[in-house]
Design a protein around this ligand. Sequence first.
Ligand SMILES: NC(=O)c1ccccc1
Length: 496
Amino acid sequence: MATAEPGLQAGDGLPTITRDVLQNTAAKIGIRVSEHLEEEFIETLAAARDAMEKVLQMDDFYPIPDTNRYPRIDIQAVSPDENPMNAWATKVTVKDIQPDEASLKILAGKRIVIKDNVCLAGVPCYLGTDVFSDWLPKTDATVVTRILEAGGTLIGKATCESFSAFGISNTSFLGPIGNPYDKTRSAGGSSSGCGVLIALGEADLAIGGDQGGSIRLPAAHCGIVGLKPTFGLVPYTGIVSNEISHDHTGPMSVDVLSNALLLRAIAGVDGIDDRQIAGTPFPAQVPDYPTLLTAARTARSLLSIGIPSNATGREPGSTRKMRVGILKEGLEIEHMDPHVRDTVETAARKFKELGAEVVEVSVPGHIQASLIGRVQRVSQSNNLLGRANGTRQLYLTEFIEKVLPWTQEKFDKLFCNSANILISGLYADEHYPQLYGKTQNLFRKLRQEYDAVLADVDVLVMPTTPWVAKVMQPRNASIRDHYKDYNGLAESIQWN
Ligand SMILES: NC(=O)c1ccccc1
């Protein structure tokens, strides 16, 4: 038998810190601990390990859902014949069991679905993947709590694309999600199930998630209204992150007014998510968005008299016409479908007819934004690798425990979008460690450019996507073909 390595022995089955463990750890950054220091570093590393093991044994701390008042009734996997579009991940009913009170509230009577990356305690969260299939979250997302407290009825979870990481709806393990207007085409993603269930009238409202278009794309492709709220306006607490600086959650609906209603119910700081930086109102101070909209009464008065001053920060009583800025660069995307351009130009003319002032505006940086964003999105790998990120928020440690450790079997089950993010992330760590920070700096510059234009116009108009919904590739299509559709460019792999 080989002589045991010197080092602290595992007292209570703790992993032993040996010379090899020490040196293999140091080797991750290409260094070696000098031999004469080995003994002492083994002791300090063992002390760190002891602390980690003790914290590992502690109970985690999540907000505790009120499952007595809001029980999870009739949780069911949906049979294929009830799920022709694959848009349902799980059906369940959750509502306030004190209906007298609920009937007075703003979401009373609304049937609401949530994207399947939003935690609903006790109900499976699949996240569009079968890398794991046994995650029953212990907590409710803040948006869930707020919907229930506002009298809404949750009716289930809507399928999302694999790890919320694709804009075409053929990446979920549950199967392709057909567009309501043409089953062979994409419904858009990654909040694909939400878009379809709203368009089909199976739900009144949905909670989607958006990092790089995941609310806006399915809304555009399904012909519904999807809002990606200002960063931080709605707490992301209890929702699986893709990239901490990209995470948004927001309402999807058939019309603008009901979208505003759901936004009102879910917006405002929750005291948990520190990305709700200064400026986000407390829930009681959230503007009454539906009333602001109805106060304007008609589109004509909204556009020609202007939106109510308390919504714009403009001086009270201001009657300036609404100024609509058509973003020049938004219509200069390479290979843009001419139908999309026509639709935007028709809308611009309509705004004019209705009394708004319509002007062309330019943000030169817009063209490069997608390239910078593509590099920044590589950091989604941090989430898949369970890495620390330094923000104060609710960490879904349960999710990290499901995903890690990566194994060949799990990797082989990944749809190519997530596999690509993982590999690109590991490569970036090694070869471009400064670039994530640089992308954040460049995005700050870009925000200044958009803000400068928004000082002059009330809204910027551009297409949500340069292409109409694509006919979906079969799941087993080549990676190259999946990405070709994603980018709309036959010859290049451009995004994600
Ligand atoms: N999560 C997202 O917003 C997303 C959208 C499109 C592609 C990748 C990610």
